[in-house]
Design a protein around this ligand. Structure first.
Ligand SMILES: Nc1ncnc2c1ncn2[C@@H]1O[C@H](COP(=O)(O)OP(=O)(O)OP(=O)(O)O)[C@@H](O)[C@H]1O
Ligand SMILES: [Mg+2]
Length: 233
């Protein structure tokens, strides 16, 4: 079986006079249609692990395979291509480009991938935004939307190139409870309706309690990795 993500003893140490270990000996496999929360205290390495899994950073030791491909042999261009094709990101702060319409923001990753015509990119971006309840806002700039709406744009952007895995770092961290619930339901639907795998870092224990699998980190190490016994809600 080919896993979407296969990490073996993944370790990231920041070189310094006193080296800092961000992630230590993390081994895990992630398959299709998983809904995973990464939890742990502040500073436990959650974001660092997400950056490694998302190919935004390279491990100091250990190995990481994405869709069976050993990432250690890839140069930066090949990593960027794999990232663009397999992975989508949602961050706590949306990082949308303020000078562009939300439609254009969602088109950008498609432009980078360079596979679709202008008309196809437009239609796909509009379709994703409409699916996320943003029809009628396509020409607005990010600052003309609410925080929850912006985060939904960020989800649409993450889906632009139809990734297998969506990685989210505190996707609900800056939202009020209603918008937070909406974004949670969208992430859950990505798994249960669209067949994506979602890995979300969260501080929110109510959210963590409702996913299918919880990975808990302490000091850069996985201290528990448990699957929900009951049907997900
Ligand atoms: N560039 C850096 N230089 C020095 N230390 C760093 C750097 N980046 C991260 N760290 C340290 O590495 C550890 C892990 O950081 P990381 O951001 O991954 O934690 P986190 O679990 O995401 O925390 P939070 O919940 O606050 O977002 C922390 O102790 C942090 O202070
Ligand atoms: Mg973090």
């Amino acid at each position: 079986m080919t896993w979407l993500i296969e990490a073996d003893y993944l370790t990231r140490i920041l070189p310094a006079t006193v080296p800092v270990t961000l992630v230590r000996d993390v081994s895990m496999t992630v398959g299709e249609r998983e809904f995973i929360a990464i939890t742990g205290p502040s500073g436990s390495g959650k974001s660092s692990l997400l950056y490694l899994l998302g190919l935004l950073d390279r491990p100091t030791s250990g190995s990481l395979k994405i869709a069976g491909q050993d990432t250690s042999v890839l140069d930066d261009n090949a990593l960027a291509r794999l990232r663009l094709e397999m992975l989508g990101f949602v961050f706590q702060f949306h990082f949308l480009l303020p000078e562009f319409s939300i439609l254009r923001n969602v088109e950008l990753p498609m432009r980078k991938a360079g596979r679709l015509s202008a008309a196809e990119m437009h239609d796909r971006a509009a379709g994703l935004l409409e699916d996320l309840g943003l029809a009628g806002h396509l020409d607005k700039r990010p600052d003309q939307l609410s925080g929850g709406q912006r985060q939904r744009v960020a989800v649409a952007r993450a889906l632009a190139n139809d990734p297998h895995v969506v990685l989210a770092d505190e996707p609900t961290g800056s939202l009020d409870s209603k918008s937070s619930e909406q974004v949670f339901q969208i992430l859950r639907d990505l798994v249960h309706k669209r067949g994506k795998t979602v890995i979300a870092v969260t501080h929110d224990m109510e959210i963590a309690a409702r996913v299918d699998r919880r990975i808990h980190l302490v000091d850069g190490k996985v201290v528990s990795d448990e699957r929900a016994a009951r049907a997900p809600v």
